[in-house]
Design a binder for this molecule. Structure first.
Ligand SMILES: [Zn+2]
Ligand SMILES: [Zn+2]
Length: 745
């Protein structure tokens, strides 16, 4: 028997090996194996059984080991890996390494525990004798005889103050049985033990929810690939629909991948999901998967899924690669979230990969959002995805009222650029008097490199690309980092002539100070990425906020993700503009998403909510459509713009970055390469650039970039990758291809 193996050895090749008789039963496609490569043993994945014809079989080396008796990459994942290698132009080995966690590759040992149970029950007389002869043994026996299930040896001995010799003596005499068992480390297990988190109850579905569940269930029954896009306004009960779908998939004997953005993967979300899943599907273990797991936790979870012991995984982006058996359903919650895109090699998009995995497996993919990405929405409109809508909030709660504050007027009145408008301050005072709570959001998306006139709200845009121009301090220019067009940075606003054309961003700290000044009695807490770094601090603040110990919570948009605070009746968005003027054609989409999501945080309890949005550009479409949560209206106007400028979803965009210590050399090679690409693809591909990146230099490396627009990435990328591998790049130049990038800023 001969197998072809993809070794994980820093190169992308299929090598052939002979399989010794003893390993033939377990040497299946997708198995994780050890093989000799040069002079060392390397891990690898069996990619095929058999050898090409005319192969010098007698010179083959032998497979050394099969690590697990089951495939580490089931056929659908192996197929997915191959698709990703082509689509994202990266080595199969790097994808396999992404799919199989390091903990599994390293073969980290399982935590083992010795358990004690009573093997033979003693009579009263025997116990009496034992007590006389060996009182310690008798104590241990009596304790264990009262337990319903096996007990951890270490814990029992410690508790009774005994040594291992005591239990060994009883084991030797056949009174006790000792067995070794794997201990599962369940992430967030401590939360359960302390009852800190309340299990949520199943809800009655309204008619829209029922219709959505039925549609997904019908897809599951059909047992073939389909994608549904669940568009539900905030508070409409999307999670209920996901949970019922999961239930249906489990009942049909299938497995489930449930993806949420990493930021949303708080203990609260996990606990709620787990308790609901366990309520609707008793006996199912839910594996949690995210970047903060220890190696041991990851390995345990992976093994439980790979062996079919667990059939549900809840996790962030990389959980899409979990080895779930008989996969029937993939849920992608908050599918519009940019966090699904990985920003290092392989630069894959978790949602797109989820759709592809469902396709390869014949599973149902359920994408959901209050503000679907325009890519998904366009697919639904084109009939590729089924659109399911939840337009009512549960219990018919009203969407909060959105008030727009014009910061241009406010700046004039207060004679300075204020962090808080009068309206927002008054509203916060009212909340404080009524013992209700306020959340203030600070927009942290992008960076403050666009020029904005604080007098009239004007932002300089590229005439060719309709995106904000980026301000480069070094030579006082405004540049379009899509097409490279540039002009001198104006000293006065080209629209109104005012000299106030600069951008000042606001930090969470400055806003916190401003709140302290106007509300000296209020209890204020700040939550930003620094707070997130300290895991317990983050949870403590959320806990305090929930129990009403905090009046005003100031933070970046991450605090809003999927959290439910019934006593929050006011939400303020400090600076709606930043996301609107990031140099990205998705700027409006991001702003609309932000506004709707932020507004959705207000009034989740019985009281109506109020939202105050501060902006220099109140007339902008993203702001106006969000006032009425008019997603369809927004999508229509935005898709028109995308169509006019031939942006995604109407074409694919590929980013090509060149990095190196010498800017002249970068420019030269980028230009040579661009000429080659132009010649090769002609009008099948539109090129913009090369031009310096918005951040021209990072850690002593200069950066240039090229953009490619094309109708089909599948047709273009493999050829581009091939050309790239043959091009004579200098040694000190690094280049990175990013297919379907989500952040252009
Ligand atoms: Zn102006
Ligand atoms: Zn441009």
């Amino acid at each position: 028997m001969i197998v072809g193996v993809h070794p994980l050895a820093g190169f992308d090749k299929l090598l052939h090996y002979r399989v010794p008789d003893s390993l033939q039963a377990s040497a299946t496609v997708g198995a994780l194996v050890r093989v000799p490569v040069l002079n060392s043993l390397r891990l690898g994945i069996i990619g095929e059984i058999g050898a090409p014809r005319d192969f010098p079989v007698d010179r083959l080396k032998s497979l050394a080991q099969v690590v697990h008796p089951f495939p580490a990459l089931p056929p659908d994942l192996l197929g997915l890996a191959r698709w990703m290698a082509g689509y994202y132009a990266c080595g199969l080995d790097s994808i396999i390494e992404t799919m199989i966690p390091a903990a599994v590759r390293n073969g980290a040992g399982l935590k083992q525990e010795k358990l004690l149970t009573v093997e033979r029950h003693l009579s009263e007389e025997e116990i009496t004798q034992l007590t006389k002869r060996a009182p310690q043994q008798a104590r241990l026996y009596r304790f264990l005889a009262q337990q319903f299930k096996p007990q951890g040896r270490g814990l029992v001995l410690k508790r009774l103050g005994l040594t291992a010799a005591v239990s060994s003596a009883l084991v030797k005499r056949g009174v006790l049985r000792e067995e070794t068992r794997r201990v599962d480390r369940v992430a967030y297990a401590d939360d359960w033990a302390h009852g800190e988190l309340v299990a949520s109850q199943p809800h009655q579905l309204n008619s829209e929810q029922s219709a959505a569940v039925q549609a997904v269930a019908a897809g599951l029954t059909a047992e073939k690939f389909s994608v549904s896009l669940l568009h539900g306004v905030t508070g409409s009960g999307k999670t209920e629909v996901y949970l019922r779908a999961v239930d249906a998939a489990l009942k049909s004997g299938g497995g489930v991948v449930y993806l949420v953005p990493e930021v949303a993967l708080t203990p609260q979300t996990v606990a709620r999901l787990r308790s609901r899943l366990e309520a609707i599907a008793p006996g199912h273990r839910v594996v949690v998967w995210h970047s903060h797991l220890s190696e041991g936790e990851r390995l345990d979870g992976w093994l439980a899924l790979a062996t079919g012991e667990a059939r549900v995984v809840v996790g962030a982006r990389s959980a899409v690669f979990a080895p779930v058996q008989n996969l029937k359903l993939i849920v992608v919650d908050e599918e519009h979230e940019p966090a699904y895109k990985q920003d290092e090699t392989p630069r894959y998009h978790g949602r797109d990969v989820a759709v592809m995995r469902a396709k390869l497996t014949g599973a149902v993919c359920l994408l959901g959002s209050a503000t679907p990405s325009l890519e998904s929405y366009a697919n639904a409109q084109a009939g590729k995805y089924r659109l399911l809508q939840l337009l009512q909030r549960v219990d018919d709660r009203k969407l909060p009222h959105i008030d727009i504050v014009d910061l241009r007027i406010e700046a004039m009145r207060q004679r300075t650029l204020p962090a808080l408008s009068h309206k927002l301050v008054e509203a916060m005072r009212g909340r404080l008097d009524r013992r209700e709570q306020t959340i203030l959001f600070i927009n942290r998306r992008g960076y403050s490199s666009s020029m904005l006139c604080t007098k009239c709200g004007h932002v300089e845009e590229c005439t060719h690309c309709s995106i904000a121009l980026t301000y480069h301090r070094t030579d006082e220019t405004l540049r379009c980092h899509l097409c490279g067009d540039q002009r001198p940075a104006p000293l006065r606003c080209p629209q109104c002539g005012a000299p106030e054309i600069r951008w000042r961003g606001l930090g969470t700290q400055r806003v916190e100070e401003a709140v302290r000044r106007v509300l000296p009695r209020a209890k204020i807490e700040r939550m930003d990425t620094d707070a997130m770094a300290k895991k317990n601090r983050f949870r403590q603040i959320l806990g305090d906020f929930r129990t009403g110990k905090i009046d005003v919570l100031v933070g970046t948009q991450m605090i809003g993700k999927g959290l439910d605070f019934p006593n929050v009746t006011l939400v303020g968005l400090i600076d709606a503009d930043i996301s609107m003027h990031i140099p990205d054609f998705r700027a409006n989409e991001r702003t609309f998403q932000l506004l709707v999501q932020v507004a959705g945080r207000a009034g989740r309890g019985d009281r109506a909510g109020e939202v105050i949005v501060q902006t220099f550009t109140p007339q902008a479409g993203a702001v106006q459509f969000s006032r009425h949560a008019d997603y369809a209206g927004f999508a229509e106007s935005e898709l028109k713009m995308r169509r006019d400028f031939h942006y995604p979803p109407y074409r694919h965009l590929i980013h090509h970055l060149f990095r190196g210590p010498n800017p002249e050399k970068l420019k030269f090679f980028a230009e040579q390469w661009a000429k080659l690409v132009e010649k090769e693809f002609g009008d099948r591909l539109e090129l913009r650039g090369p031009s310096p990146s918005p951040i021209e230099k990072i850690k002593d490396e200069y950066r240039w970039q090229l953009w490619y627009f094309c109708a089909s990435a599948t047709k273009v990328v493999p050829r581009l990758a091939e050309l790239r591998s043959k091009f004579a790049w200098p040694d000190d130049l690094t280049q990175v291809l990013d297919v379907d990038p989500v952040n252009l800023g």
